[in-house]
Write a protein that binds this ligand. Structure first.
Ligand code: NAD
Length: 260
């Protein structure tokens, strides 16, 4: 990368987002981290990325369910970096329950964090990207943005929505050097997945080991979890010149899951 670029990665204090932030920092980009967690641990992550890769790394605690907090985060990023080149909409949560028992407040939270936050960041980042004639928006959807599984109505609806949003913005920004893509990972063993194992076990009346073997990896022909490093490299690729003609795509990285 010839010119240092500036990236925001939402939900990057853990899991996939942290893997993506690390890959972008390694590639020489300045990064704004975002997400929840222990303040000292987050500061350690921030400092470690900055020291290791010699890039500027800042942190915003903005809650992705709150449009005003998102606006403040985007302003902070602009004030710090001068311009925003890459937005990775990664923050996401999950809740597993049959639809007739699905808590309404969980539905609303999943819609706002997993779907609407991408609308808010995109709306605020696009004018600057258009002005500079270059931008990358990468939305972390899911294999559940392409196919469904039972007991995940809100998540599947939000991720399908995110894929639709990706395609629409890709068309709107296509002539301005901006690409917009969705990555659709299969299962990655992050805290998000680890947390849903007990609920899935309860919903299906099976053990946690059986959930891993017979539910999660059953869907993945490779029988391997996708790694955060693989997803980080995918984002780096989408930011590069070789991917300039890829836009509006929903890209499965799912061990063959959605080929079935
Ligand atoms: P994770 O739970 O490890 O990390 C989620 C991150 O989002 C954390 O940094 C958390 O602090 C942050 N976050 C949660 N709520 C937030 C909020 N309201 N505001 C700001 N930040 C918030 O999860 P993960 O597995 O790394 O998932 C990251 C993304 O990838 C999600 O969108 C998820 O749906 C998607 N995904 C995950 C998998 C998987 O198997 N893990 C598969 C496909 C897609």
């Amino acid at each position: 990368m010839t010119q240092r670029k500036n990236a925001i990665v939402t939900g990057s204090t853990s899991g996939i987002g942290l893997g993506i932030a690390t890959a972008l920092a390694k590639k020489g980009m300045n990064v704004m981290l975002n997400g929840f967690g222990d303040t000292l641990v987050i500061e350690q992550i921030r400092k470690n990325l900055s020291d290791t890769y010699g890039v500027e790394v800042v942190y915003s605690a903005a809650d992705m369910s709150c449009p005003q907090a998102i606006a403040t985060m985007m302003e902070e990023a602009l004030d710090t970096f001068g311009q925003i080149d890459v937005v990775v909409n990664n923050a996401g949560i999950q809740h597993v329950a049959p639809v007739d028992e699905f808590p309404t407040e969980k539905w609303d939270a999943i819609m706002s964090i997993n779907l609407s936050s991408a609308f808010h960041t995109t709306k605020l980042a696009l004018p600057g990207m258009k002005a500079q004639g270059w931008g990358r928006i990468i939305n972390l959807a899911s294999a559940h943005g392409l196919v469904a599984s039972p007991y995940k109505s809100a998540y599947v609806a939000a991720k399908h929505g995110l894929v639709g949003f990706t395609k629409t913005v890709a068309l709107e920004a296509a002539e301005q050097g901006i690409t917009v893509n969705a990555i659709c990972p299969g299962y990655v063993l992050t805290p998000l997945v680890e947390k849903q194992i007990p609920d899935t076990a309860q919903a299906r009346g099976i053990t946690e080991d059986e959930v891993k073997r017979d539910v999660l990896l059953k869907a993945q022909p490779t029988k391997k979890f996708v790694t955060v490093e693989q997803l980080g490299e995918m984002v780096v690729f989408l930011c590069g010149d070789a991917a300039a003609s890829m836009t509006g795509a929903a890209l499965p990285v799912d061990g063959g899951w959605t080929a079935q």
